[in-house]
Write a protein that binds this ligand. Structure first.
Ligand code: DX5
Ligand code: ZN
Length: 215
């Protein structure tokens, strides 16, 4: 299966959100990546339900919602109602991760688990068969436009192996610092979804950049 590209709305122009959403609709992008930050789990606050609903109103592709928040189970229903198609929680934020995943699935969404750069992929071994996506952070979560952490390549290969061993269908999504210099190698290592914020939105021709990331 060809890899997917998910531009991160975090780097869009919020004063021209409809324009940027429609640009992604017309592009070769596959999903909208939507970053929710609570100022507690990560040292930044992004946006919440009103903005997600505004994106959903115009989006013609699935919403991949990445929750960088504590206690995400409280809001599963609300994210479903706001328009999330894939809902990803952080392993580090969930005491009862299996319950959180079942909760997301019972609301009719695909379920993802995100892991921070320091978190071992081995902590996923007893959940990997139950999830649709692993969001592997390749920067410390909280901000767009950070530098890619090189150790990610090894982690992707190790996770690919674990997914095969456990007969899981989970996709590996790479989030943070993805650009036109590292995207090819990431796909070769086993990445199935590439998130890109700064690379897409700070480029002179975002549509063309998305198309280059697809190649
Ligand atoms: C970081 C977010 C990312 C971010 C990626 O905490 O999870 O999704 O938007 O942005 P870039 O591609 O600019 O590193
Ligand atoms: Zn993200």
């Amino acid at each position: 299966m060809p890899h997917l590209v998910a531009p991160s709305v975090l780097s869009a122009d919020f004063a021209n959100l409809q324009r940027d959403v429609e640009m992604i609709n017309r592009s070769e992008a596959d999903w909208f990546h939507v970053d929710v930050m609570d100022g507690v789990f990560v040292p930044n606050i992004s946006f919440g339900f009103p903005v997600i609903k505004a994106v959903k109103k115009y989006a013609a592709k699935p919403l991949d919602v990445h929750l960088m928040i504590v206690d995400p189970d409280r809001y599963t229903q609300a994210f479903k109602e706001a328009g999330a198609d894939i809902l990803t929680v952080h392993l580090e934020a969930c005491t009862h991760l299996h319950r959180s995943i079942q909760n997301i699935k019972s609301h009719g969404m695909k379920a993802g688990v995100a892991i921070n750069p320091h978190t071992s992929i081995h902590l996923l071994q007893d959940i990997i068969a139950d999830i649709d996506l692993v969001c592997m952070m390749s920067v410390n979560p909280g901000f767009g436009g950070q530098k890619f952490i090189e150790n990610t390549y090894t982690k992707v290969k190790d996770l690919r192996q674990l997914i095969g061993d456990k007969k899981s269908q989970a996709l590996i999504e790479i989030d943070g610092g993805v650009d036109l210099n590292n995207h090819k190698k990431l796909v070769e290592c086993g990445a199935g979804v590439l998130v890109a914020g700064n690379t897409v939105f700070s480029s002179a021709n975002p549509t063309e950049t998305i198309s280059l990331l697809k190649k």
